[in-house]
Design a protein around this ligand. Structure first.
Ligand SMILES: Nc1ncnc2c1ncn2[C@@H]1O[C@H](COP(=O)(O)OP(=O)(O)OP(=O)(O)O)[C@@H](O)[C@H]1O
Ligand SMILES: C[C@@](O)(CCO)CC(=O)[O-]
Ligand SMILES: [Mg+2]
Length: 395
């Protein structure tokens, strides 16, 4: 390992349509956000692996010699489809993290240690990894995926499995298509640890960035989309993607003939939305196009409520925005967390301001966001803001 210091970042995401249904093989539309997770990796000579996660107040280190026995009997990870269940079991015993834990810190530590051990299986390296994010943790904006994509890119580069694409002249650089595919596949392993049964859409957006259609593992970038204005609201109600995803699965198993048509209908919403966006990009976006997008948002929000992933805070968001003619739905796993509101080009600034004020008065965070940010990148320290550097360099 030659790397002495290494910076990477990956974006969060919003799902426009298809959350939960996408776990069951249906179509989703998702887009990257301008909020990112940043990671600094340093090679050290301490004989330890250290992880600093200031967002979740977690600072831990382990002796490499204590971790080495966990790898005994480990198989080579070539297909990256399934987790190594025996290694995960040993890791859970080692860390004292139970199978049913959804604790924020435990999940982050388990995902890190699993990825570290499997990437560096041949020779465990002495490194310090620090991660800090602009994304709210566990709020539906893909914080887990951005975390896993950063870990995957940094660990694979430090190990030499993929290149370090940054040249001395560059501030930011991206990996080749093949390398990004590998980053995405390893990040998916981390998502499996944190989510239980992820579809892969979140790590795909974190890796590739931009606007994507995701269907049963197939990723199609959508380059022909109009510029959409979106208001993001964080209800600040905590929830766990893992619990919500498993709740939907239970409902499908209990009422297959009722739930399967709902999933199918959400898939049709995604496809109709994609068709409408393509038309909007090809011609001038019209009021009728926006009417369709708004109706699709309403239909999907009702479906998500049927799946059991709504929350009274999200009902409040929908009610407050609808009183001003704006349409909202939850985004990500739901159960609280974040919602999106579509702004029409003609929506008056005063309407947006009063909506934001009323939502803030409900105790929510609310801001107009910008979408379509680049996917995972390597950075020079000069590319990062002083604030971010200060946080990452303080460990
Ligand atoms: N900045 C971070 N530092 C450490 N751990 C993080 C960070 N961001 C996310 N995580 C890990 O990811 C978990 C949150 O994942 P979860 O999937 O529940 O929410 P999300 O990814 O924000 O939302 P969604 O999956 O609905 O988009 C946290 O509990 C923590 O384990
Ligand atoms: C709820 C879900 O559909 C999206 C979470 O952002 C889960 C997944 O796709 O893995
Ligand atoms: Mg997540």
């Amino acid at each position: 390992m030659q790397t002495r210091e290494f910076f990477v970042s990956a974006p969060g995401k919003v799902i426009l349509h298809g959350e939960h249904s996408v776990v069951h093989g249906k179509v989703a539309l998702a887009v990257s956000l301008n909020l990112r997770t940043y990671l600094r990796l340093q090679s050290t000579s301490s004989g330890e692996v250290c992880i600093n996660l200031p967002n979740i107040d977690t600072f831990l280190s382990w002796e490499i010699t204590a971790l080495q026995p966990l790898l005994a009997g480990c198989k080579e990870q070539d297909d990256l489809k399934e987790l190594d269940a025996d290694l995960l079991k040993r890791l859970r015993e080692f860390t004292g993290i139970s199978d049913d834990s959804i604790d924020t810190r435990s999940m982050a530590v388990l995902a890190f240690l699993y990825m570290y051990l499997t990437v560096f299986a041949e020779s465990l390296a002495s490194i310090t990894v620090s991660v800090w994010s602009e994304l709210p943790t566990g709020a539906g904006l893909g914080s887990s995926a951005a975390y896993n994509v950063c870990l995957s890119a940094a660990l694979l580069s430090a190990r030499g499995t993929i290149s370090s694409p940054l040249t001395p002249q560059q501030e930011s650089a991206r990996w080749s298509k093949e390398e990004m595919e590998l980053i995405n596949r390893w990040a998916f392993m981390g998502e499996k640890i944190i989510h239980g049964n992820p579809s892969g859409v979140d790590n795909a957006v974190g890796t590739w960035g931009g606007f994507l259609r995701y269907h049963a593992g197939n990723i199609t970038p959508l380059s022909w989309v109009p510029i959409l204005r979106i208001l993001l609201t964080n209800t600040k109600v905590p929830r766990s993607t893992k619990v919500l995803v498993s709740g939907v699965k239970d409902k499908i198993n209990k009422f297959p003939s009722i739930m399967n048509p709902v999933l199918e209908s959400v898939s049709a919403v995604s496809c109709t939305c994609e068709q409408t966006l393509t038309e909007m990009a090809a011609h001038r976006p019209s009021a009728e196009h926006y009417d369709i997008l708004e109706e699709l948002i309403d239909i999907n929000q009702h479906h998500l409520n049927v799946m059991g992933v709504g929350h009274s805070s999200l009902d409040t968001l929908c009610r407050v925005t609808l009183a001003r003619g704006l349409h909202s739905k939850l985004t990500g796993a739901g159960g609280g967390g974040c919602g999106i509101t579509l702004l029409r080009p003609e929506t008056d600034t005063s309407v947006i301001q009063s909506t934001v004020e009323e939502l803030k008065a409900c105790g929510f965070d609310c801001w107009e966001t910008s979408i379509g940010a680049p996917g995972v990148q390597q950075h020079s320290s000069a590319a990062l803001s002083q604030d971010i550097l200060k946080i990452l360099n303080s460990y």
